[in-house]
Design a binder for this molecule. Structure first.
Ligand SMILES: Nc1ncnc2c1ncn2[C@@H]1O[C@H](COP(=O)(O)OP(=O)(O)OP(=O)(O)O)[C@@H](O)[C@H]1O
Ligand SMILES: [Mg+2]
Length: 335
């Protein structure tokens, strides 16, 4: 991309080589007393990498992304981006950080997140305006962003109401990359799209992370969307990370019963997944009393061990799960 504008300078120390761009440790988010949404989340994302975050509705995926951009009430833990602590940013410091455009968050609902009265040109130019780029400096960047996401420049004068769903999602993406961020948080970027648009947008994300050396966190409730593009996958259940690791073993040899259930419920069942699905049927008996594991109530293999909260333990290169019975639950007798 041609650097024709002067975005606010990004000061501070860059992370050491090999250091993740995004580092989340021990993150807890709570909406007021008792409304705990995330607990003890540890997660990294590197430049050029796509990290998939998966979990059912209400598991805390959007909250996780919002915490990174300072929009969720963090009560414990630490979030750093490019070596800078984002956890305690408030008020003016937070606005300054947003102005820099280092991190961009793509909202879950592209139609609602785009002002219906603005043109595509204005919408994509907005983050640049926020960053203090003068009007004449914005135009070439807006056109470059349109090109990058594969949108016809002729659409620049349209309003969102006169675009297709796929085009709107591309406008949202163009808006997110126009400030040349290092980290993009894409919240359900394809869930509102039909299969063909879905593939286009996924391929586009895959290309952008390479071209822009961008770390992308793709949030999804559907494993199939992540299967083709994620390098690593993290599985959230009720606000806790139950498994994370390279995409291939997480999808093909899941360690946690919940991940196995997700994988087994996706279309295109192979024999092993079908066997998992049979194993993971809703348990016949209630979970053992006092179970601390968040998945115990749905887990056919929960027993007295699960009274203690399972810590995340490694079981392969970069692959870990928080389950007392990982990876051997398949050989146990269900309750
Ligand atoms: N502003 C808020 N105040 C109180 N509770 C909230 C707020 N935002 C979210 N929650 C709660 O936090 C939990 C996680 O919500 P979140 O939006 O992060 O889930 P999600 O995984 O993104 O779900 P979905 O797949 O439906 O988008 C839910 O129980 C939700 O009701
Ligand atoms: Mg959400």
């Amino acid at each position: 991309m041609t650097l024709t504008t002067d975005l606010p300078a990004r000061t501070g120390t860059a992370p050491a080589p090999g250091e993740p761009l995004l580092r989340i440790s021990g993150l807890g988010v709570s909406y007021g007393a008792g409304a705990r949404v995330l607990t003890g989340v540890d997660l990294d994302a590197r430049a050029g990498e796509i990290l998939g975050v998966i979990g059912e509705t209400g598991s805390g995926k959007t909250t996780l992304a919002r915490a990174v951009v300072g929009l969720a009430p963090v009560v414990e833990g630490r979030i750093t981006v490019d070596g800078h602590d984002r956890t305690a940013l408030r008020g003016r410091a937070l606005r300054e950080a947003r102005r820099g455009g280092l991190v961009q968050y793509m909202f879950q609902d592209p139609l609602r997140s785009l002002d219906p009265d603005l043109t595509v040109r204005q919408l994509i130019g907005e983050p640049l305006a926020v960053a203090g780029v003068a009007r004449q400096g914005r135009e070439p960047e807006v056109l470059a962003a349109l090109d990058r996401v594969g949108l016809d420049r002729a659409l620049a004068d349209r309003t969102p109401g006169r675009l297709s769903g796929g085009q709107r999602q591309r406008v949202a993406l163009a808006r997110a990359i126009v400030t040349r961020p290092r980290l993009l948080l894409a919240d359900e970027p394809v869930s509102a799209l039909d299969a063909s648009n879905r593939n286009h947008v996924l391929r586009l994300l895959d290309r952008l992370r390479r071209e822009l050396d961008l770390a992308i966190v793709v949030i999804s409730h559907d494993l199939d969307s992540l299967a083709g593009i994620a390098d690593r996958i993290a599985v959230l259940y009720r606000g806790r990370l139950v498994e994370q690791g390279p995409a291939e073993p997480v999808l093909d040899r899941p360690l946690h019963p919940y991940s196995a259930l997700l994988a087994a419920s996706a279309p295109g069942l192979d024999r092993r997944r079908r066997a998992d699905l049979a194993l993971l049927r809703t348990p016949a008996q209630a979970s053992p009393p006092g179970a601390a594991c968040v998945f115990a109530h749905r887990c056919p293999f929960a027993d007295a061990d699960c009274a203690a909260l399972p810590a995340s333990r490694p079981h392969g290169p970069g692959h870990s799960a928080a389950c007392h019975h990982a990876p051997d639950w398949r050989t146990r007798r269900p309750r």
